[in-house]
Design a protein around this ligand. Structure first.
Ligand SMILES: Nc1ncnc2c1ncn2[C@@H]1O[C@H](COP(=O)(O)OP(=O)(O)OP(=O)(O)O)[C@@H](O)[C@H]1O
Length: 393
């Protein structure tokens, strides 16, 4: 069920919107339109749908239009053309066209925004800051405090509830901001680079916390970031923006494996593939491997006996090699040295590299009990050197 549905959305900043749209339709670029009309194209022809429970990350360089698109979702930016639909129970409300009362209802009950600077009120305590939005909703004092305290416990700041924001560190203030957004119990959270001002360790911790909170609370989150590693870590979907347009929208692994343009490829070249890639994207499929005397020769030192898709044995120069099995969640540290590991094709590259480190052997990946391919040093080197992807265009 889509929670947010954006259709052919254009946002223009300036005084000659009609003329700018006409030029846009004629195919003029953003800088050309700026030169002709003085207007800035904030978003151009954006279409994207975000499902319930999804974390969608809008990613791109500074000025690409991420915040402008995000702000349209709670009606903060005037839409020049197109629709920006947000779910309100059974109906979808067009935030670009609805009346003031509906807009207020949507902002109070359906969509919450978390900013980079959390704009906490310095004269209020942490608890009061978190409970403030509920007061606007008309929730009683007792319930406000109960709900705010519950959220503060969730972000680990219950003991700090009576402090003022300036008595907290930046990371803690950020957490107060998260608690304040979550306490509203809105279905949709809009987050504009909420962690970008933090140092890497705290940032990583808060990303983990956000993922955990989202798993428990099942919110729909639209998150702006200019950091692809962050996007790959938290996003269930990533939309990459360049010069006001969404140029690629896909699941994290596909962004890394099939960057649509050179712009995306440049981002991908600086990411850590360990966090994103999975065995099936990296392995050499069995069908592409040479067979000799009925054996699949992975290397000079390893031959596999695979019959009807099942791994029957492994050997090196005629000597048998042990085979062990690994499933998600199993201990990796105690995988036996010099054994060929049979693992699911969906194994993460991080786990696969760690298994390789302990066993010192290539591994065989299987899909539904059938051997699918082999993952060895060659495939790891390719992935680490960024040679695994092919550009779609
Ligand atoms: N209120 C505004 N008035 C005029 N121009 C604006 C306004 N808001 C944004 N813009 C312009 O729209 C374009 C997109 O800006 P936006 O803030 O959405 O980019 P961004 O991708 O979020 O960048 P950043 O990562 O730096 O925040 C920019 O060229 C910006 O100058």
């Amino acid at each position: 069920m889509p929670m947010v549905q954006i259709e052919n959305l254009d946002i223009v900043f300036g005084n000659q919107k009609m003329e700018s749209l006409r030029l846009l339709d004629k195919g003029l670029t953003r800088p050309e339109i700026l030169a002709r009309t003085g207007d800035v194209i904030g978003v151009q022809n954006a279409t994207i749908s975000v499902e319930e429970g999804e974390i969608c990350v809008l990613m791109g360089l500074s000025g690409s239009g991420k915040s402008t698109l995000l702000r349209a979702i709670n009606g903060l930016n005037k839409v020049a053309r197109g629709r920006c639909l947000v779910r309100d129970g059974e109906r979808m409300v067009d935030m670009a066209k609805c009346d003031e009362e509906t807009l207020r209802h949507m902002r109070t009950n359906r969509v919450s925004m978390v900013f980079q600077s959390f704009a906490l009120m310095p004269w209020m305590t942490v608890l009061e800051n978190v409970a403030f939005g509920l007061e606007m909703q008309g929730v009683s004092k007792k319930e406000r405090e109960e709900r705010a305290n519950k959220q503060l416990k969730m972000v680990g700041l219950y003991d700090w509830r009576d402090k003022k924001p300036d008595e907290l560190s930046g990371g803690m203030r950020q957490r107060v901001g998260l608690a304040r957004a979550f306490v509203m119990d809105s279905d949709i959270l809009l987050m504009d680079e909420p962690f970008s001002a933090l140092d890497p360790l705290i940032r990583s911790q808060l990303q983990d916390e956000l993922i955990e909170l989202q798993k428990r609370l099942k919110k729909t989150i639209i998150f702006v970031s200019h950091d692809l590693d962050e996007a790959l870590k938290i996003g269930s979907k990533i939309a990459i923006m360049e010069s006001a347009r969404i140029i690629q929208e896909d699941v994290p692994e596909q962004i890394v494996l099939n960057p649509a343009t050179e712009y995306v490829e440049k981002f991908v070249a600086h990411t850590n593939p360990l966090n994103v890639l999975r065995g099936n994207a990296l392995m050499t499929p069995l069908a592409q491997m040479a067979q000799l005397d009925g054996l699949f020769h992975v290397s000079e030192h390893l031959a596999l006996d695979i019959q009807d898709g099942a791994l029957k044995g492994a050997s090196s120069h005629g000597h048998d090699i042990a085979i062990s099995k690994w499933e998600d969640g199993m201990d990796i540290e105690n995988m036996p040295e010099n054994s060929v590991v049979l693992a699911p094709v969906g194994i993460s590259m991080r786990d696969a590299v760690e298994i390789r480190y302990h066993t010192k052997m290539p591994m065989v990946l299987q899909d539904n009990g059938q051997c699918a391919g082999v993952l060895g040093d060659h495939q790891f080197y390719h992935a680490l050197l960024g040679k695994h992807f092919s550009r779609a265009s």
